[in-house]
Design a protein around this ligand. Structure first.
Ligand code: PRX
Length: 660
């Protein structure tokens, strides 16, 4: 892959090598354009053909897309399938039975390999175990586990019996877990005794106990516990079951529950700009189709690939590109329990070297922290490892700055591996905008062009498409198979939040701003247009953090804004007004430390404000509305140039500015 020096100066393109392009699923821009055209000309026909070719249907569908009740679209609605059958049995039938499905690298470096045959057996046994507890199709099961083969087994077992899983990231606190269990109306929780990260044993089961105790009205009747560490845990007889005991005498075959294509596969909670987290509901058929196609198109997956996506199964990336997509295409995945910097900052490169990873998919935050680590200590630099197995790199979760892109390209990909910068969201189920690695000329910092079949536009506040070169709101203007179906239990919120009236009610609003390059039409994501922050690739609602801070006994009022951060992309800056008088010096430091701990406990360490500033008041309009745009300017240390005539208390700006 070489840079093309003849291109105009400001845009420097990076092209795939001829060999890569020739063997790719989409072998050049003409092939890409042909697919886009096919979708444009016959939208339903395009999706129908792909769905027939890629998904194994028990009962073939005859209806492709039902648009009678927008935005509640239905895809392949009279088809029947089972997602776990598509991910597991398919591989037993097509010669992959003895191929490694999962290569699990534990925190301490121990490696466990699980073949498709073995994975199928374990999933069937757990599925039968769950059935023996009375768990049925449509029941909700919360999975609160760390990265482990068992977590994937748990997700697949739910899919096998038609239960709807809701994975809650293992870093979430008891109140957050409790809220999600309650909202989903879960009847069971699958967890582990503890999780191991960076050599430390951290609780999981104890947090489940706390979460259940916090909500007397929850519907959980069973808790299934995977024994990871063997540490002592409290055991509630009748409710709690060890996973190994539950599955021990179960049959190794579990006939899949054939479900309708629209049957929900999972709920995954995601932060909103207001109120509680939203339970994004995904379907079985459409979601699986896009998980498979994006593995083929964006990741150009081949039977010989070793695919490593570093995302935790608690996030959408871990769902689509660990638990479902790679298995449905018969790939071998690496699953890593630990953290990138333990026991040393060369761990990621060591794992790539050790397992001969060929496709590596990670987040810009991880890349930036490893650049820093390798600059500080050459011992952990990627040059110390053999990375020659790599052929493709991917980035996800937040914008990747050109410096980090170029470092990734040079030091990890050795100027040989294309980088797919994939823009998408929990709600989209899979990639929306990303380069096709054998086709798209790459530009650092741009996620380039929409995938075939995705109709993405940049519009103004009234929904009118803007010319290239003008920044606006990113929207998707046609329903697509892997789209969110609703917000669990709140159809109205789904409708008003994602399909805003102001834009005409027919455009899916992603929540991001974007601009297209005036010449290439390439997209650059300019950041969220709502009050959702993106810290290390994790979406967090400012309201969520504010309401937790305000619930602290010492706090009268709090406002939270995002601030650019070299490492985490964005960091949280909280402006806090205490009930008592303004704290100074050491007292302020102690209270700030307490508040950080409080947020960690109440939500998760991810939500912990990096900076806390105290003031006597917040900048407010005469009608009492907090002027967050001014707080954003103060947090960034910039000069205030905006109009402040509507501000009731201008003097407060000076105080907040000097509050560090
Ligand atoms: O703001 C965008 C950002 O992450 C948001 C979605 O977050 P979440 O639902 O947690 O899913 C993250 C993993 C898909 C988006 O609205 N985002 C995600 N990928 C990118 C990105 N921003 C810029 N470039 C990306 N590649």
């Amino acid at each position: 892959m070489a840079a093309n020096p003849s291109e105009k100066k400001e845009t420097h393109f990076y092209y795939p090598s001829e060999a890569f392009a020739q063997n790719a699923a989409i072998p050049g821009m003409n092939a890409y354009r042909a697919l886009c055209r096919a979708a444009e000309e016959d939208y339903k026909g395009f999706w129908a053909e792909l769905a027939r070719e890629n998904v194994l249907w028990r009962k073939p569908f005859t209806k492709v897309l039902n648009e009678t009740n927008p935005p509640f679209y239905k895809w392949f609605e009279d088809g029947e399938l089972n997602v776990s059958y598509n991910c597991l049995d398919r591989n037993l039938e097509n010669g992959n039975a003895d191929k490694d499905a999962v290569v699990f690298e534990a925190d301490d470096g121990t490696v466990t390999k699980v073949t498709y045959r073995e994975l199928h057996k374990r999933v069937c046994k757990l599925a039968n175990g769950l059935k023996s507890l009375g768990i049925q199709k449509g029941d909700r099961v919360v999975i609160y586990m760390a990265m482990s083969v068992e977590a994937i087994v748990a997700m697949q077992a739910c899919a096998r019996i038609g239960a709807i899983h809701s994975v809650v990231f293992g870093g979430f606190s008891a109140p957050s877990l409790s809220e999600r269990i309650g909202n989903a109306g879960a009847v069971a929780v699958i967890t582990a005794d503890r999780q191991i990260r960076g050599g430390r044993h951290l609780p999981l089961k104890a947090i489940v106990d706390d979460a259940l105790a916090m909500n007397e009205n929850h519907a959980v009747e069973n808790v299934v516990i995977y024994r990871r560490t063997g540490d002592k845990i409290d055991f509630v007889e009748g409710r709690d079951h060890w996973m190994h005991e539950l599955t021990q005498s179960q049959a190794e075959i579990c006939e899949p529950e054939w479900v309708n294509a629209e049957h929900p596969l999972f709920i995954l909670y995601t932060s909103g700009s207001t109120g509680n987290p939203k339970g994004a509901l995904h379907s079985s058929g459409g979601y699986l189709l896009w998980a498979i196609l994006t593995m083929r198109w964006t990741f150009d997956i081949k039977p010989t690939d070793v695919f490593w996506c570093t995302a935790d199964i608690g996030w959408i990336t871990g769902h689509t590109y660990n638990a479902y997509g790679p298995l449905a295409v018969g790939a071998t995945i690496v699953l890593f329990e630990g953290v990138p910097t333990w026991p040393h900052a060369g761990r990621f490169w060591e794992i790539i070297d050790k397992h001969k990873v060929s496709i590596f998919y990670t987040a810009p935050t991880a890349i930036r922290s490893l650049i820093k680590a390798s600059n500080e200590n050459a011992q952990f630099a990627p040059e110390q490892y053999n990375l020659s197995s790599l052929r493709l790199l991917g980035s996800v979760g937040e914008p990747i700055n050109p410096e980090a892109w170029l470092w990734f390209y040079k030091h990890i990909g050795k100027e040989r591996c294309p980088i797919v910068d994939t823009f998408w969201q929990t709600e989209t189920g899979g990639h929306v905008i990303a380069p096709m690695p054998g086709a798209t000329p790459l530009v650092p910092g741009s996620c380039t062009l929409p995938l075939p079949g995705m109709f993405v536009r940049v519009v103004d506040e009234t929904g009118q498409e803007l010319p290239w070169g003008q920044g606006g709101i990113l929207v998707i203007n046609r329903p697509w198979p892997s789209m969110i179906r609703t917000v669990w239990g709140n159809d109205e919120r789904y409708k008003t939040h994602y399909w805003p009236e102001e834009l005409g009610g027919k455009l899916y609003q992603a929540g991001d701003g974007a601009i297209r390059d005036p010449e290439t039409g390439y997209f650059t994501i300019t950041g969220r247009i709502d009050d959702v922050l993106n810290v290390s690739g994790h979406a967090l609602g400012t309201m969520e953090v504010e309401s937790v801070l305000s619930a602290h006994p010492m706090v009268a009022e709090a406002a939270v804004v995002g601030k650019p951060d070299d490492l985490t992309g964005e960091s949280i800056c909280a402006f806090v007004i205490l009930k008592n008088e303004l704290p100074k010096g050491d007292e302020a430091k102690t209270i700030a430390a307490d508040l950080r701990k409080w947020v960690s406990q109440e939500i998760s360490p991810i939500a912990r404000p990096k900076e806390i500033r105290f003031g006597e008041n917040l900048p407010k309009t005469r009608s009492g509305k907090i002027m967050r745009r001014l707080l954003r300017v103060i947090a960034r240390g910039e000069e205030i140039t905006q109009d402040i005539s509507t501000l009731e208390n201008p003097a407060i700006l000076e105080q907040l500015r000097n509050s560090l």
